[in-house]
Write a protein that binds this ligand. Structure first.
Ligand SMILES: [Zn+2]
Length: 277
């Protein structure tokens, strides 16, 4: 099983799976009044665990990739939410919806990078999040919104698997660089603080075989399936330097997208010849 030499539009069924370990360096204090901020979960088989939802990790990774890309002057106007350019390495790796982007693209891009919920290695006792009225900082008066406060101890270890679909050496170089740069997790309302992120190995296959969720239930053993030496695999695959990887992938993505747009035009002409015209 090898990496692809060029990115593909349609899936060719190659999966690079990377188990990742995230260790909290600081005690994290989670103040949240957003109901979707799920930070603990009671699993039937695993009991109570702290969790980091995948979308949080993905969001952070996407921002890191985008920042780095801007530093290299690639589509520097591409921005999250409504201003996706839909033709840069970040959009290609993390996906986007054409209709809602300001680029007005006629296509969607499926995310090539996805992952699981990161789960704390250890079970936690009864969780009693402290619920308080949210306090407005300006005058310390109590607002209407309820806020829950939860403390996650320092050195809590989270594990999860990040998957890259149909990887090329350039895509791997970019993903690995940015996982290694993940040194902080958080958003406005959640202060996770500093983290240490470690890649635990890799697994290249024609199917997804790794899951920490299953590992924690002793249904598979992730450690026995992964190869440890990511560098070795990557050097065999002529992994370019990170900066070069962005430039090469940018060129390749634009070529792919223009082939897509070209096809669209031809199809338009064909439909013009349908009966009745
Ligand atoms: Zn973009």
């Amino acid at each position: 099983m090898k990496l692809h030499s060029e990115p593909t539009l349609l899936s060719k069924g190659v999966y690079l799976q990377i188990p990742v370990k995230i260790t909290l360096l600081d005690e994290a204090i989670i103040r949240s009044n957003e109901p979707e901020e799920v930070l603990t979960f009671k699993y039937n088989n695993l009991g109570n665990r702290f969790i980091i939802p995948w979308r949080k990790i993905k969001g952070k990774l996407r921002r890191l990739v985008l920042e780095k890309q801007r530093g290299l002057n690639i589509e520097s106007k591409c921005a999250l939410k409504d201003d996706l350019c839909m033709k840069c390495p970040t959009c290609f790796l993390f996906g986007g919806t054409g209709e809602t982007s300001s680029a007005g693209a006629q296509y969607n891009i499926l995310s090539r990078i996805y992952g699981e919920t990161f789960i704390s290695e250890r079970e936690i006792g009864d969780i009693t999040p402290y619920t308080a009225n949210a306090v407005r900082e300006q005058d310390l008066t109590t607002g209407q919104a309820l806020m829950s406060i939860l403390t996650v101890p320092k050195e809590t270890v989270f594990r999860g698997v990040v998957t890259l679909k149909d990887p090329t050496p350039e895509m791997v170089a970019i993903l690995v660089d940015n996982i290694n740069r993940l040194s902080r997790i958080g958003a406005r309302s959640v202060e996770w603080g500093r983290v240490q992120t470690e890649i635990e190995g890799f697994h290249l296959s024609d199917r997804e075989e790794l899951s920490i969720y299953l590992d924690f239930q002793n249904k598979i053993k992730v450690e026995s399936k992964v190869k440890k030496d990511l560098k070795k695999l990557l050097s065999r695959q002529n992994l370019p330097s990170v900066d070069r990887a962005y430039k090469i992938l940018d060129r390749q993505v634009k070529k792919l997208i223009s082939s897509l747009a070209g096809k669209g035009k031809n199809q338009g002409k064909k439909t013009g010849k349908t009966p009745g015209s």
